[in-house]
Each structure stands twice: as C-alpha cells, then as structure tokens.
Design a protein around this ligand. Structure first.
Ligand code: DUT
Length: 479
C-alpha cells in the first residue's frame, strides 16, 4: 500500500514535469524554512575529496547556520569533526549565540550539547534517520520495527536517551521545520532547471542529444540517490523512527502522510535542480568560449593587472564547483525579482584543511537578488526593460545577488586567500567592479546574457579585463 502511494506520487510528479508548465504572473518562491532545509540536505552531499574511514553508525550531516534570517555558515561533518562541533569551532559561542541551526538529520548528543551551550535559539532537523543512525543496526533485510537483534545499536540507544535529556533540559526548541511548498513551485523549479543556461549549453554542444530526455534521466538517477540518503521508503519503518525520535505527533495520519509528502517534494526539488547541471561532458573552464563577444573597444587595451588568459587549473574540483553553483541555484528560488532569480555564494580557500567536510573552503557570504531590506511588497517598481517608461522599471531598486552576498558576509577573508564567487548569471556591469574590489579571485558562472547591453542593465565588462579568473560552464576543452 505504502509503496503504491509513493509510486503514485512519483508517477504524478513525472507527469507534471512533462507538461508545458508556464508560470503566470509572480513566480512562486521558496520560503525561508524550506530554503535552509534544502541547503542543509545539499551540504550533506558535499563531495568527499578524500576517502575516509567513517563510523557506519554515524551518518554524514549537513548544517546551515542562520542569524537574523541570513545564512552565516554552511557546514558538513568531516573526517575529524561532527557538524555541530565544526560550527562551534568556526563561529565560536559569540558567533552562534542567537542563531538558528538547520541540520540535515537530528544531531547527536555530541553536537547538541555544544550548540545548546553556545546559546543557539532554535535547532531544526530533517525527520529521517538521525545523525547516530537508528537504521544502520538493522539486519540486511532492514526489518521495519525495532525488535530483538534488529533494533538500533546500543550506541544509538544511548545517544537517543542523551538527546532527549538535552531536549527536555530547558534549552532551545529542537524541532522539525518543513513547510508545504508554494503552489506551482515544483513545476517552476523543474522548468527553470530544464531550460537553464547550463542545460542550454549542453544542448547547444550536443545537438544530437535529446535535452528533455537527458534531463529526465539525470533527474531520475539523482532522485534515486537522494531518496536513499534522505527518505525512508517504508511507512512503518519511518513511523518507528519518528517514535524513537520522540516525534509521536507526526505518527498518525493525516500528519504522517503530510510529513512524508513534504519530505518527498523537497527531495524531488533537489533532484530537479541537480539534474540541471549534468557534469558528463561539461564543467567550469577558463578556456575562451566560442560565444565570447569581443570586449568593447574602450576595454580592449590590456591593463597590467589582468589575470592570465587561457586555461589555468581551477582551484576546486568540478564536483565541488558544481556543488557550489547548485547552492547558488537554490538561493535564486528565493528571489524577490518578479521575473528572474539569481543566487550567489562566496567561499574562501584557506591555507590549511580545517578537518571538516569542506576541506580548505569556508563560507564568506551568500545572497539572492531582492529589494532593499525592510521594503514592503510592491513598494518599488517591478517592470523590466521591455517597459518604455524607465522610471517604472526595477533596475535602480533591486540589490543584486552578488551585492547581497558581499554586504551580508559572515567572515572576513585573510589577505592572500583565494576568494571564489559562484553566481548563477553572468555578473553585470554594476557588479563587476564590486567583485573585483572585494578581492574575488575566481568567478564560476554561466554565460547568460554575457555581452548584452539592455539599457538599464548591461553585461559588457565581465568578458573584459576584470581581474578574477572567469570559469564559465562549457564543454570540457580538449587538452
Ligand atoms: O550580476 C547580476 C545581474 C543581474 N542580477 C539580477 C538583478 C535583477 O533582479 C535581474 C535582472 O535580470 P535580467 O538582466 O535578465 O533583466 P530582466 O529585465 O529581468 O530580463 P530580460 O532578460 O528579459 O531583459 O538579475 C543579479 O542579481 N546579478
């Protein structure tokens, strides 16, 4: 019965994703809680660059630190540290005080005691298998109900008890944050991922390839992989896990079905976004792209501080670059621009590996395009270049994704460190000087609009001598 429900949900979803969905009016947005939850799940999937021995009972875990509604940290557990320990180490008590944490699993006691002690005000978690797994102790048949010999390991039971005591001890609420998605959002995300500049480039370079079919195949395989990590296929088994986590309120229908369908929807959304960047023959490369427009005449004289042209080794692997641009893509779904979402994430590269799952990288800031902080809905013009009255267009009011990422950065960068910007749309002429002055050394982006001058917004400078190395999404160059 359960499997039938799930397969029916999937069939319905894949039918929906095949329709010619077109958004009407204002585009649907991700709410904050779902964005942070998605980022935490995605952080758990941060590519592992080294093979590590890991304890089969302790599962990798992603974490998003939020303060004042802004992302202050993106973390994942690593070979040395659990993710909560990592956050306390990086932000310190003062940095975590008053913040909200979004974990991709219910944190173990080692994490929880440290973050509670640091003064966080809320801990949100994904209601699947917790960080100290209650499922990995089961036999190969993954028997549904806990029973002699097939229940959680003694380690997991001890941890469950300790977490319950910490939860009951008067600290911050430790709760589930999922919200139903805005109507039309799954279809909108699917459409955006399938028709993104990244997918367009793949189709342009491989015209023999059926783009829709490639997208569907990719989506299916990402969905399988993500479902294995984050969902519990058997309803009975999920109920048993929720009971063990003290989430009895979710154990009866309709709450259980609602919870399970919200979880499935978010995982599907992640699968769609992920399918929009197939690494198969593409990646982020410095090599000049055939679509590169010639720089404007007044920029064509090379200045002495121009970064070297031509192929230079990228500072991170393609898998990591793809991971970070997907973070930016998720942020873009919270845009306040009625038409186009842009997301930006800035990571710095330290000299030494910090012992967590992101290795030498640490988050500096992230953002999406939106009206100035504190503005009311429709307070400012929302029209685009197609409107003849320039006084009624949005361009003088919207803060760009890169501008928000730089304004609300959570860390300063040590001089000499690499600063990597991942942005879903080619930076415009208003942002390029800012990016350069902020010391960004590498920009990973798409070619969307590169070389265009649309009047109130133009994209001419990015291809000129801006300083940072430009890595755009293109076919792997032949070496
Ligand atoms: O570096 C950039 C460039 C643009 N934007 C945002 C600002 C604005 O919200 C939107 C502008 O998008 P676009 O250039 O596509 O203009 P449009 O008028 O919305 O669309 P069209 O391409 O139809 O002219 O993108 C950024 O966040 N960062």
């Amino acid at each position: 019965m359960e499997t039938e429900n799930l397969s029916e949900a999937r069939r319905t979803q894949s039918r929906e994703t095949q329709t010619d969905y077109r958004p009407q009016g204002q585009v649907p947005r991700l709410c904050q809680a779902n964005l942070f939850t998605l980022l935490s799940l995605w952080m758990e999937r941060f590519p592992r660059e080294t093979s590590e021995d890991h304890d089969p009972v302790v599962r990798p875990c992603g974490l998003v630190v939020v303060r004042g509604g802004r992302v202050r940290g993106l973390h994942v557990s690593g070979p040395l540290l659990h993710v909560g320990q990592e956050a306390v180490l990086r932000h310190g008590g003062a940095g975590l005080e008053g913040s909200q944490l979004y974990f991709s699993r219910r944190p173990c006691s080692a994490c929880l005691k440290m973050v509670v002690n640091a003064g966080v005000i809320q801990v949100f978690f994904w209601p699947g298998d917790p960080e100290v797994s209650v499922l990995s102790g089961r036999g190969a048949d993954r028997s549904p109900a806990p029973g002699p010999g097939v229940g959680p390991s003694p380690e997991a039971l001890l941890d469950l008890g300790a977490v319950e005591r910490l939860r009951a001890g008067g600290g911050p609420p430790v709760v589930v944050a999922l919200r139903p998605l805005a109507p039309g959002l799954p279809q909108y995300v699917d459409l955006k991922a399938r028709t993104s500049d990244f997918m367009e480039r793949v189709q342009e370079d491989q015209p023999e390839q059926d783009g829709d079919e490639l997208f569907r195949r990719q989506r299916r395989s990402h969905l399988q992989e993500l479902s294995r990590a984050f969902l519990i296929p058997c309803e009975r088994e999920h109920r048993a896990v929720l009971e063990l986590l003290g989430l009895e309120a979710f154990c009866q229908d309709p709450d259980l079905s609602t919870l399970r369908s919200s979880m499935l929807q978010l995982v599907e959304l992640l699968a769609s976004v992920s399918a929009g960047l197939p690494l198969l023959h593409h990646g982020f490369y410095c090599a000049a792209s055939p679509r590169d427009p010639a720089p404007p005449a007044w920029l064509s004289k090379e200045s002495p501080d121009v970064a070297p042209r031509g192929p230079v080794p990228p500072p991170v692997s393609q898998a990591v670059a793809r991971h970070c641009i997907i973070q930016a893509t998720l942020l873009a779904f919270r845009t306040e621009d009625p038409k186009v979402g842009v997301g930006a994430v800035i990571w710095a590269q330290a000299e030494l590996d910090g012992g967590d799952g992101t290795g030498r990288l640490y988050l500096v800031g992230c953002g999406y395009n939106a009206y100035p902080v504190g503005s009311q809905y429709a307070q400012y013009p929302q029209l685009d270049t197609k409107h003849p009255d320039r006084g009624r267009t949005k361009y003088r009011y919207i803060i760009h994704a890169e501008q928000n990422a730089l304004t609300f950065r959570s860390r300063e960068v040590c001089p000499g460190q690499r600063l990597l910007l991942f942005v879903t749309k080619c930076p415009c002429d208003e942002c390029v000087p800012l990016i350069r002055a902020a010391g960004v050394t590498h920009v990973f982006t798409s070619d969307q609009d590169a070389g265009k001058d649309k009047g109130d917004i133009s994209y001419l400078l990015f291809r000129g001598p801006i300083g940072p190395s430009r890595l755009t999404w293109q076919k792997r160059p032949l070496l």
